[in-house]
Design a protein around this ligand. Sequence first.
Ligand SMILES: CC(=O)SCCNC(=O)CCNC(=O)[C@H](O)C(C)(C)COP(=O)(O)OP(=O)(O)OC[C@H]1O[C@@H](n2cnc3c(N)ncnc32)[C@H](O)[C@@H]1OP(=O)(O)O
Length: 202
Amino acid sequence: MILIGASGHAKVIIDILEKNDEAVEYLLDANPNIKELAGYEVITDTGHNYALDKQYIISIGANSIRQKIAGLHNLTYGWAIHPSAILGDDVSIGQGTVIMAGAVINSSTQIGNHAIINTSASVDHDCKIGDYVHISPNATLCGTVEVGEGTQVGAGATIIPNLKIGKWATIGAGAVIISNVPDHAVVVGNPGRVIRLNNGEE
Ligand SMILES: CC(=O)SCCNC(=O)CCNC(=O)[C@H](O)C(C)(C)COP(=O)(O)OP(=O)(O)OC[C@H]1O[C@@H](n2cnc3c(N)ncnc32)[C@H](O)[C@@H]1OP(=O)(O)O
């Protein structure tokens, strides 16, 4: 596996790959000053030094940057799924997606491409999680929740069943979401309230 992005998030992905006995070849990063991460070589990403016969993971936490990079190159993407993650029956996981330690994904849930299901997050049955979504550590999604492309659900947030969360929204850490959330909304608190709209930033 080759990782794109030499960040703290990449270190966690390396740890997962090592635990699964999957080889990490090297990392690519646009910053030429980064030469090494977690014992692996970091090569400067020129935009032209991709090997089409290799598997990649975009190891960058910012959802919009993962989307941008995935749109630039027609690469083959792999997965990193921690051995302690629990996946129910009939769960589907898109390419480039990473599932951290202790995450639980219950039956019939669909996870899109280049998503992050972070440490100890709980995504229950029949959820639909879009591409480039980040479900942060300890967040809880009850059954049949939809999360649109690019949305971040903050650490420890809770979303009650049957809700629809829009695209490129941000759910604040610890928020309790009891009604649908529109696209681009930034929502905090219990019960969750919209404080502003995202306009491209994360
Ligand atoms: C492994 C990892 O690290 S994964 C990373 C996981 N990351 C997260 O979970 C981060 C989630 N991010 C947050 O919760 C952020 O606070 C955000 C995105 C919701 C808001 O950030 P900002 O836009 O910078 O908001 P800002 O800090 O200016 O606060 C705006 C208002 O919302 C309130 N607020 C911000 N975040 C929260 C929150 N999580 N819960 C309750 N209120 C909040 C602030 O107190 C402030 O209120 P005021 O206007 O009455 O003073």
